[in-house]
Design a binder for this molecule. Structure first.
Ligand SMILES: [Cu+2]
Length: 283
């Protein structure tokens, strides 16, 4: 069987099988939902700063140091970052997952249903008092209300971006309690209903980057986005004095390719479902 056959014929039906299997599981077991939303670990942070001349500085993705094997679980490569289908019990990405996570539909992270995703990239102003220092430095240099904006210049079709605040994406602390003011899992950068610009809040935000692999036929493909990081006024208009101080960033993610074993497992699961259905009809 050649690769293109798998791409065009086998994947959509197998993905549908995965959904069917998961739904079948829900009927009998309430705990089928993944208990934790994706965490921000492991992480790669793009630290934003002002240099001595007041110019915005930010390391390129290519300069990030790979964190492997330093992380205790979920070891990521640096570029491109892998998108995952599910999480471990800790909420850390499970790069070995071969079926989509099942999120509680009442939670804001249910927008990730049947999508591959990553939270590894984050925006950061440094540790300790650095974010407050950065905020005051920018206002001192460029005027009250001036702040950092991130604008999407271009992105791959099908790449969705959701705001995610704090460790679990729903508030500033390390709990899963949803803060209605945090706006977690609302759209960013052209996701349905959102704009192309985002005013960074100086917090360590690890937004969600997600792709519906079945809708985009995106299995095994890479997705990228290019951002313009700049200093703007309260409306997001670029501050003239800061012209020439932009930082262009391109980030890239790689979608998973199901292993051959996955197909065998899914087919075996389908066979089992057929057996159960037959038994139910007989009883
Ligand atoms: Cu971080």
């Amino acid at each position: 069987m050649n690769h293109s056959f798998i791409n065009t014929h086998l994947r959509p039906s197998l993905a549908a099988s995965a959904v069917a299997l998961a739904l079948a599981g829900h009927a009998g077991v309430a705990s089928a939902y993944d208990t934790n939303p994706p965490t921000w670990m492991p992480m790669v942070m793009s630290q934003i700063s002002l240099d001595a001349n007041g110019a915005l500085q930010m390391p390129n993705q290519d300069t990030f140091t790979p964190r492997c094997p330093g992380w205790s679980s979920g070891c990521f490569s640096s570029n491109p970052l892998p998108l995952t289908l599910g999480v471990l019990s800790t909420g850390n990405p499970n790069l070995a997952a071969t079926t989509f996570a099942q999120w509680d539909p009442s939670q804001p992270w249910a927008v990730l249903q049947n999508k591959a995703f990553s939270r590894e990239f984050g925006w950061w102003g440094g540790s300790g008092t650095a974010p407050a220092t950065l905020k005051s430095s920018i206002e001192t240099t460029y005027g009250a209300g001036a702040s950092i904006w991130i604008e999407v210049l271009s992105q791959s079709a099908g790449l969705e971006t959701y705001k995610a605040v704090g460790k679990y994406g729903v508030n500033a602390n390390n709990t899963t309690t949803v803060d209605p003011l945090a706006g977690g899992y609302t759209g960013l950068f052209g996701t349905a209903g959102s704009s192309t610009k985002w005013q960074w809040d100086y917090m360590m935000d690890h937004n969600i980057y997600a792709v519906d692999l079945n809708a985009t036929n995106g299995w095994g493909k890479t997705f990228s986005a290019t951002y313009n990081v700049y200093i703007g006024d309260i409306y997001g208009n670029e501050v003239a004095a800061a012209a020439g101080k932009n930082t262009i960033e391109t980030w890239t993610w790689a979608a998973p390719v199901p292993e051959p074993e996955t197909y065998a497992m899914l087919l075996a699961g389908l066979g089992l479902m057929g057996t159960v259905a037959r038994r139910r009809r007989q009883s």
